[in-house]
Design a protein around this ligand. Structure first.
Ligand code: C5P
Length: 232
């Protein structure tokens, strides 16, 4: 899979998701299914979108003891998603167990990427709540290196961290970056943003774009603009 734009399908139901996709006609954009939609509709929403021809990033951010994550990943591998993820804070052993669980009998598996630190965690909550005293940038890079050590394919990170992650973990280690906004668009609640063009320049492999597409008057045109700016 090459560079691509992944639309965050942050909808509350299958009906809302399919209504949104009507605007795309025959096009089949890469979609991210998060907890809201998955918990509302269950595995059937993944199957329905795969059958329709969409690639799927299943964003469930697993974090539990290694054995439980291994078994859960084994179930998810049967859904035939293209990318899924977990929290790197679950330890290297948990990530290794996740890969074992995700690997199908024929040796194939979806791409597996890690969340390092959530962008909602700031330095203060890192130190006072999580009791981690190192600077955020170092924590993020340490977790990214742990993910690489466990054999994962990449991390979800801010576009601003993508370059450093590639330097530390190698060019082929994937960086999947949310926080993307058009130069002339609304930033909303995202704090550190980049345009699709800037994300391309700093070497993001996939951008995850929600509201700039889902809340656009013409979602298909907004998606096409993203693809043009990021992929061309
Ligand atoms: O609407 P917007 O473009 O901000 O959506 C970004 C998507 O990426 C949302 O689904 C959000 O939950 C997700 N995300 C994020 N920042 C992270 C991890 C995931 O914005 N660090």
């Amino acid at each position: 899979m090459g560079k691509d734009v992944i639309i965050a399908a942050d909808f509350k139901s299958a009906a809302d998701t399919f209504a949104f996709l009507e605007a795309f006609g025959e096009e089949r954009p890469f979609l991210k299914i998060g907890m809201e939609l998955y918990y509302a509709e269950g595995p059937s929403i993944v199957k329905a979108l795969k059958d329709r021809g969409h690639k799927i990033f299943l964003d469930l951010k697993l974090h539990d003891i290694p054995n439980t994550v291994k078994k859960a990943m084994s179930v998810l591998s049967r859904l035939d998603v293209d990318i899924t993820n977990l929290h790197a804070s679950g330890t290297v052993r948990m990530m290794e167990a996740a890969i074992e669980g995700l690997t199908r009998p024929d040796g194939s598996r979806p791409l597996l990427i890690a969340v390092t630190q959530l962008t909602s965690t700031d330095q203060e909550s890192l130190e006072n709540d999580l009791w981690i005293k190192e600077p955020m940038e170092e924590v993020v890079m340490h977790y990214a290196r742990n993910a690489a050590k466990a054999g994962l394919d990449g991390v979800v990170c801010s576009p601003l961290e993508a370059e450093a992650v590639h330097t530390a973990c190698g060019k082929s280690f994937l960086t999947v970056t949310p926080g993307v906004r058009f130069a002339d668009g609304d930033v909303g609640d995202q704090k550190r943003v980049m345009t699709p063009e800037q994300a391309k320049k700093i070497g993001s492999d996939y951008i995850v774009v929600g509201r700039p597409i889902t809340a656009a008057a013409d979602p298909k045109a907004a998606w096409e603009r993203c693809v043009r700016e990021f992929c061309d």
